[in-house]
Design a binder for this molecule. Structure first.
Ligand code: AMP
Length: 552
């Protein structure tokens, strides 16, 4: 039986904070570490980002803080400012019900803000070693009341040369203290540090060994958290899976994602621990019968369900460990059928991915997020294939006399275009993408005037964008030299930019979506009609509405 949070002896207050976060069940590292830390042991835990390690130390920490005493009782050291901020946020969230005060201190932020915070009195300080040491030296941080120290991502801290700072800091905390050391790897230097400073440390590692179905294509996409919805919808549009499961980490995420996708025109059912048994059965039936194309679930909820084989499994969040990974993707590729498993990995979680790969002895193939151009090309291809197949099958021949009659007065090409237009949704359909003649690969482009390629963006003067912004974005995001950019023609709501051919390829590869004045804008090759003289300069792609799927 997997342990539950109820098995972990958390105070009701802390348990409420866990519930509010939407965590249903402790991750393996949490199940093992939390009891040890609550009992006061020193712990050496091997775990990486994505395993739930932060809550593994933050929960005991907030539970053990004596909030009646407004003094620094716990110190967390983290290698980077980003991690320090993230950990402080987690401590804040999990300590909210107990009113635990936490302060992040890191290099690069003004001292006075941190000083004010420290003077006001906080229970937990989360900081980078250098800045924490500075505060100690200046006498602005007193560690004599600290009872718990956490070294987060200790191997990273050592790699970054913080060993002396860490030793200096550990020598400032009282003898009677608890230390939790978290590290993705345990090289000799970590073992040495642990031997010096930890007392009778309990080792925690998460067992990793598992195998996956050979006929499942396993892929990953590197994606920032904030871009996940867009990435998922683009893959869904490209692949049009007939049935897919999307695994999220928390109940809240399941609900939010389901609502977001439904608002965008997909049909999903959401299943997690708060959904009653009878409701689950009803939702699952909708999924089984194809009334919903997507099942969005937490891993825990999915475990108890008899889910039919699906064509796609999406790990919207990377699983805690290899076992969970294998279990999740086992929902596809059953009985020799083909399946695709796509795992979303944020840059910070790359190590967790490598860890999983090592455990399953298989490397996941990296794929990129499809561009609107990819999706348009796929839809066009599907349309052309079904047209040609229909012609070849002769099924549509019964309309031949009708066409013959119409052709006496109308151009057959115009008639065919009108028929496709109607088949593709008529006035309500989305035609721009499909109708566009495929964009040639920039490599194959004939050198235009002076070897320049013209790019199109649906943003312009009326959005407050200036030519300088365009140059800045192209050089910063695509890394092209400013001199490779030629004329920039800005219009009301769109812009044409001339870029040297090679540089244009780089822009399309690396910066196909840019942000101007807070709006995301796709960069695409300009078509000949994207000129101010044309009838109405239309965008090559404006993926707003859900594309209809070509039938068949
Ligand atoms: P970490 O490995 O600490 O970076 O955590 C990775 C993510 O997992 C964070 O977004 C946490 O909020 C989330 N998380 C931590 N513990 C749990 C849990 N028991 N159930 C679901 N999600 C969790």
């Amino acid at each position: 039986m997997a342990p539950t949070f109820a098995d972990l002896n958390l105070d009701p207050d802390v348990q409420r904070a866990v519930d509010a976060m939407g965590f249903e069940e402790p991750t393996p590292i949490q199940a093992q570490t939390i009891p040890l830390l609550l009992e006061g042991h020193d712990v050496l835990a091997q775990a990486q980002t994505g395993t739930g390690k932060t809550a593994a130390f933050a929960l005991p920490l907030v539970q053990r803080v004596d909030t009646a005493r407004r003094e620094v009782q716990a110190l967390v050291l983290a290698p980077t400012r980003e991690l320090a901020v993230q950990v402080a946020q987690a401590v804040h969230d999990l300590g909210r019900t107990r009113k635990v005060a936490v302060l992040p201190v890191y290099g690069g932020q003004a001292y006075d803000r941190q000083l004010r915070g420290l003077r006001a009195g906080v229970h937990v300080v989360v900081g980078t070693p250098g800045r924490v040491m500075d505060h100690i030296r200046r006498g602005t941080l007193d560690l004599s009341t600290v009872r718990t120290v956490v070294l987060d991502e200790a191997d990273e801290m050592l790699d970054m040369g913080f060993v002396e700072d860490i030793e200096f800091i550990l020598n400032q905390v009282p003898e009677e203290r608890q230390i939790a050391l978290f590290s993705a790897t345990v090289p000799r230097r970590i073992a040495v540090l642990s031997r010096h400073y930890l007392r009778n440390p309990q080792r925690v590692t998460v067992a990793q060994d598992a195998v996956t179905a050979p006929q499942t294509r396993q892929m990953y996409v590197e994606v920032q958290q904030r871009d996940k919805v867009e990435a998922l919808t683009r893959i869904l549009d490209l692949e049009s899976p007939s049935s897919a499961i999307v695994f999220c980490r928390t109940k809240r995420e399941v609900d939010e994602l389901s609502a977001t996708l439904d608002a965008r025109g997909y049909t999903s059912v959401a299943i997690h621990g708060d959904v009653s048994q009878s409701q689950r059965e009803r939702l699952l039936l909708a999924f089984r019968e194809g009334r919903s194309e997507l099942l969005i679930a937490t891993e825990v909820a999915a475990r108890g369900l008899d889910i039919p084989d699906v064509t796609h499994v999406f790990n919207y969040d990377i699983p805690d460990d290899a076992e969970a990974y294998v279990h999740r993707i086992g929902r596809t590729g059953r009985m020799g059928r083909k399946g695709d498993a796509v795992t979303f990995v944020t840059p910070r979680e790359m190590r967790q991915l490598r860890w999983i790969e090592r455990a399953i002895r298989k490397n996941l193939r990296q794929v990129r997020i499809p561009t609107p151009g990819d999706i348009a090309a796929r839809r066009r291809e599907a349309l052309l294939t079904s047209l040609v197949a229909t012609v070849e099958s002769g099924e549509a021949r019964l309309y031949a006399p009708l066409v013959a009659e119409l052709a006496t007065e109308h151009d057959p090409q115009e008639l065919a275009a009108a028929a496709i237009y109607l088949a593709n949704g008529g006035a309500g359909g989305r035609h721009e993408d499909i109708a566009a003649v495929p964009h040639p690969d920039p490599q194959d482009l004939p050198d235009g005037e002076g070897g320049m390629t013209r790019l199109y963006m649906k943003t312009g003067r009326q959005h407050g964008v200036r030519p300088k912004d365009v140059v800045d974005a192209f050089t910063a995001e695509a890394g092209i030299p400013p001199q490779s950019i030629g004329a920039i023609d800005m219009f009301g709501d769109f812009t044409l930019v001339e870029v040297e051919r090679k540089a244009a390829t780089l822009v399309l590869e690396r910066a196909s979506t840019l942000v101007f004045e807070g709006r995301e804008v796709d960069v695409t090759l300009a078509r000949p009609r994207d000129t101010p003289k044309g009838p109405r300069p239309g965008p090559p792609h404006t993926p707003r509405k859900r594309p209809r799927r070509p039938k068949g």
